[in-house]
Write a protein that binds this ligand. Structure first.
Ligand SMILES: Nc1nc2c(c(=O)[nH]1)N[C@H]1C(S)=C(S)[C@@H](COP(=O)(O)O)O[C@H]1N2
Ligand SMILES: [Mo]
Length: 235
């Protein structure tokens, strides 16, 4: 499958993050102060350097895996007492939540007020019965994408594995049937086409975290880029 990756696109993104780092890690158009009413996280609704878009752009690695619901599985494992695999029916039987939140892409667009329906990450974590040693989370997608979070960040109330967006099934190009969303982090921290969640003792960098995106990824701190540890795509 790795032959299908859009290496040109990945290379261009790495180069962009390297250039941005040279200019201080901020995006070149400069700092725009967030405006609008404070959201429920006590922050301006729009993070610095972001602009809102009415549409929803699609970003991926050049692959859009099409997983039939009959074959869809989510595997949860690692530093847990109760590792498990869910099929589609199991997933829908978990408590479902509808929540409205914003989506901030590192490339500077934000799509505000998305109505999401899905399962809270923390529900999946509780079901797994975390060991005390679980401190980090590593998430993988059906396209072999990966990303990572601190456990406490992943347990935020608004971190969801969503299957509906604005009352419609999540479109394939946006990660359907199920993707993760991380409204308080840049959007690359939420894997589309989610396949696996592993709880870890130590942090493990994901696809973009290895290739020049910030590990902490704080939108309200304009925290976008970091020194890349890998500069090519080498699966
Ligand atoms: N599995 C997977 N998840 C992914 C990505 C990807 O390439 N593969 N791209 C990330 C990036 S960089 C962004 S900005 C968002 C884009 O989500 P969207 O295409 O729905 O806008 O998904 C993130 N999650
Ligand atoms: Mo992105």
């Amino acid at each position: 499958m790795s032959g299908d990756f859009n290496k040109k696109l990945i290379k261009a993104k790495i180069q962009k993050s390297e250039r941005a780092l040279l200019s201080g890690g901020k995006i070149p158009q400069g700092q725009i102060q967030g405006s609008g009413p404070a959201n429920r996280h006590g922050m301006p609704k729009l993070p610095p350097g972001q602009h809102t878009v009415p549409n929803w752009p699609v970003l991926d690695l050049g692959i859009k895996p099409n997983i039939p619901l009959s074959q869809w599985q989510l595997e949860v494992n690692g530093e847990v007492e109760n590792p498990y695999v869910l099929n589609w029916g199991d997933f829908l039987k978990l408590p479902q939540l509808t929540d409205t939140s914003d989506f901030h892409c590192v490339t500077s667009w934000s799509r505000m007020d998305n109505k999401w329906t899905g399962v809270q990450f923390k529900v999946l974590a509780e079901k797994a019965k975390l060991k005390k040693t679980a401190r980090f989370v590593y998430v993988t997608g059906y396209d072999d994408y990966s990303t990572n979070l601190k456990l406490e960040e992943a347990l935020d109330d608004d971190v969801l594995l969503v299957h509906h967006w604005n009352n419609q099934p999540l479109p394939l190009e946006h990660g359907g049937p199920v993707r993760m969303i991380t409204p308080r982090k840049y959007a690359w921290k939420g894997s589309k086409w989610i396949k696996g969640i592993t709880f870890l003792k130590e942090d493990r960098l994901g696809f973009w975290e290895l290739r020049g995106y910030s590990n902490t990824a704080e939108p309200w701190e304009d925290d976008r880029y970091a020194q890349p540890q890998i500069t090519n795509f080498d699966p």
